[in-house]
Structure formats: structure tokens, C-alpha cells
Ligand binder design. Sequence first.
Ligand SMILES: Cc1cc2nc3c(=O)[nH]c(=O)nc-3n(C[C@H](O)[C@H](O)[C@H](O)COP(=O)(O)OP(=O)(O)OC[C@H]3O[C@@H](n4cnc5c(N)ncnc54)[C@H](O)[C@@H]3O)c2cc1C
Length: 482
Amino acid sequence: MTESDTRSDVVVIGGGIAGLVAANRAAQLGKSVILLEKGTDEKYPCNTRWTGGTFHIHFTDPLSNRDKLLSVIESATKGFAHKELAQALAEDSPRLIQWLWSEGIRTINLGGYHTCILAPPSRTGPGLEWEGRGGDVMLRTLEANLRKLGGRLVRGARARALDLSSPDGVVVDAECGGKTTYFRAGDVVIADGGFPADPELIRAHISPHPEKILRRNAGTATGDGFRMAMAVGAAVTGGLDCFYGHLLSRDAMRNNRLWPRPYLDALVTSGIVIDGEGRRFADEGNGGVYMANAVARLNDPLSATLVFDHATWTGPGAKSIIPANPHLPNGGGTIHKAQTIAELAGMIGVPAQTLQEVVDNYNRALDSGTLDRLSPPRRSDWQVTVFSNKALPIKVAPFYAVPVCTGITHIMGGIAIDANSAVLDKNNKPIPHLYAAGTATGGLEGGPAIGYLGGLTKSGVTGLRAAERIAQLSSPTGSQGA
Ligand SMILES: Cc1cc2nc3c(=O)[nH]c(=O)nc-3n(C[C@H](O)[C@H](O)[C@H](O)COP(=O)(O)OP(=O)(O)OC[C@H]3O[C@@H](n4cnc5c(N)ncnc54)[C@H](O)[C@@H]3O)c2cc1C
């Protein structure tokens, strides 16, 4: 590569939605842009390419007004979301959708909270389907737009280190085809997707057994941005121990027809989840994402089993998007079925007396309206904007048990940023010339409620804001580091 091939106003690290939105917006605002993408394929994998494609904020229409979105963010995260980031997301979520439309990205309205889903939609069946679907089309469109604006996406370029001390601006050390190449820029945006595919960081923050957790993601976000940011003094947010993900059939650890869908949230919130001893260990009424985190925290994340009855299997079990009934058995997922709870206990290898007691206590508490007095307590209904599922009795034979695993899609915490997507140091001050966007960043999701807001909208908004701040500070009236 020549000198001019490696010098630009802005270097963006990572070609998912966050990186491509930042790169395109910066180019629109007159910046020369190089985007480094470690994937080598034309259609390099990343979470954005594999996405389900629904833009939302905690299952709420992203085109809703600011006040509504702000109150959804506050209640979903129980106040955990950093106020200025929550405001930025609520304010710019409609603007992001309009900006994407102006870039030629098509969304369709499938009702419910799927008011802005990337077209064509990817939710057509079980397993993974991405080629020619919304995420794939969006990335290809944004890359083509970037090229028209004079920007470049360099494939096979893995950023490894940052030097912020050079008088030349920021230097990004990247491995390109086995060789080290130095890219120089006025500003850098880290948009590498965080660390949902990095066993070492998962072990440090989420579970001592990363090998027992399903990678419900593209496997490309391996914490490079996180490590680079730490090395130059960035702060990290809370929520590093929380992730967005779902409980799936345990067979999904080996069977690709069983992930990323069907996931088991509807059954989880209607039934009970037990550990290897046959006991409940967390409140299923807090939802599927919450329970996915609870399972990851077990000593053995591959020991949990979902228990429910026939009425649940033919009711909520058959009703969600790509429901477990019939997609789980059709895809080859194990589902134990028995006429008695004792027989079911024998099939899954937990003590029959314990499971009978757990089920009896649960049924009694449900009948008498005292689920909140169970240990652990159980909410009687799970209600999230357009969804609601009630705790249902386990009384109608046959009884069912589904061995589960937990799958991580993306981490909720990450690099600390301000509302302009500037990376913050440990004194909460922006680190000059360094920005981060997308699921590499934290401060919005997580906390004790495992508040989940939605990766696409957050990633797009933080990408837009990074580019706009860079352009603002480098304009004749702007001042860096303000
Ligand atoms: C199956 C599935 C379904 C989903 N459904 C939804 C949904 O319906 N709604 C929703 O809101 N969210 C959904 N998500 C999550 C959403 O897709 C992600 O939150 C979002 O796409 C993240 O975008 P990103 O740009 O931060 O990261 P990514 O899309 O992961 O992009 C990061 C990029 O950085 C590159 N990279 C990594 N390290 C380096 C490096 N050192 N140098 C250069 N490049 C690097 C990677 O190769 C990758 O291309 C889903 C995700 C999955 C997997």
C-alpha cells in the first residue's frame, strides 16, 4: 500500500452497521474515510449481516417520539442507562431510520414491534438465514454508498493497536495479509462489535465456562477494540457481565438448525427452569434475556432444563415468531415427554422427589396468587410492550422437559462513551480523537434487570453521532477535546 492508501481524515475499525453508518456519515460531511474490516470475504460475516433486522428500542417503535422512547429506556433498564446516552438514543432513533431510508435502505412494517424491519426480512424459518436478507442488503448498500463518496472499505485488515501520541494524528496498527500496516488519521472510530466471541473476556466477565455457552453471533467480535481502548486509558462501563441472548435447545451447541432460532422465551416465561438438582434458581417471569443471563451464571451452564405441560406446549409454545412447537422437534432438538413428573425427572436425571416438590409448590403458589413468596420469587406475568405471557400451571399431561443452553448475541457493557460517542477516560473526559460506536460500547444496557434495548438502533445512532462530532470538531469553528 502507498502512503496515500493509508492516510485519511477518519479511520473506522469494523464494517458492521455502526462502522458503516459512521463511515458514510463522515464521508457525507466531507471527510476522507478508510474503514478497516478484518473479514476477507466479499460478504464478510458479522452480527449485522446475520441480524434479525428489527430496529426497536425495547420492543418499541424506533420512530416514536423522544419522551416515549426515553421513558421506555428508563423503565426497561430500571434507571441503569446513563442519562445522556439514553437521551441521545431517544432523540436520534427516528433520525437514524430516516437517514437509513435516505441511503436507500428499505424497511417494512410487519406489525407488533416490527414496525421497522430490514427488507427483505430474515425471520422466515428456524436456523440461520442471512444471504440476500435485510442485514446483508443494508451492508452492501452502505458499502456501495461509501465508495461513491470516495471512501474505502479495506477487507482483511485487522486493527491491533492505537498510538494516540503521534504528532501525525492517530496511528492504527493493523495486520493486513500477514503484514503490519500503519494507518494514519485525524480521528478513529472503534466499531468492532465488542467481545461476544472472545472466550477470555467472557470468562473474565460473564461465565467461568465460555466453552459451555453458545456463540449466538457471527463469531467475529473478539474484543480487539475493547483491548485497544483499555491500552490507551479508556474507561469501561457497567453491564460487562450482562448480555443480550436467549435460551435455546441444548442441541444447538452442535446442531445449526436450532440457532439463532427457535429460541425458547415463550416457554421460559410460561413454565419453570430448573438446575441440575431439579430446583428453580431465578425468576422466569423476568423474561428470556434475563434467564439466558441467569443460566450463564450457573456453575454448570449446561445443566438447566425447561419444564412445562401440554397446555403450554400447544398454547404459548406454538405462538411466538418461529415457535418451538413445531420447530424444535422438527430441527432435531431433544424434548422429553412423560405422563408423570416422576417419570420426567428420571428422563432428565434429577431427583424425582425434588422435581415433584418444585412443581407442586409452583402450582400451589400459582393457584393461591403467592408466586412472589416462592424462593426464588416468580412474577406471575411477563409484560413487555407488545408481549405478555403468564405463568401457567404444570398440570396437564403429558409433561415436557427441554434441556437448554444459553446463547450470547452481544455484550451489554463495553467501552465508555459520551453522548457524542467520544471515548471517555477514567476521569470521564473525552480522549481526543478517539470514538466508539455500536455494540463495542456500553452505558445503556445491563444492570440488575439486564435491561435490553436493541443492538441495531443503538449501533446506528452511536455511529451517526461519532461522525457528526468528528466533523463538528474539525470544522474551522470546532475545537477538539471540548
Ligand atoms: C442472529 C441475530 C439476530 C439479531 N436480531 C436483531 C434484531 O432483530 N434487532 C436488533 O436490534 N438487533 C439484533 N441483533 C443484534 C444486532 O445485529 C447487532 O447488535 C448489531 O448488528 C451490531 O452491530 P456492530 O456494528 O456493533 O457490530 P458487528 O455487526 O458485529 O460488526 C463489527 C465488525 O467489526 C469487525 N472487526 C472485529 N474486530 C476487528 C478488528 N480488530 N479490525 C477490523 N475489523 C474488526 C468484524 O469482523 C465485524 O464485521 C441480532 C444479532 C444476531 C446475531
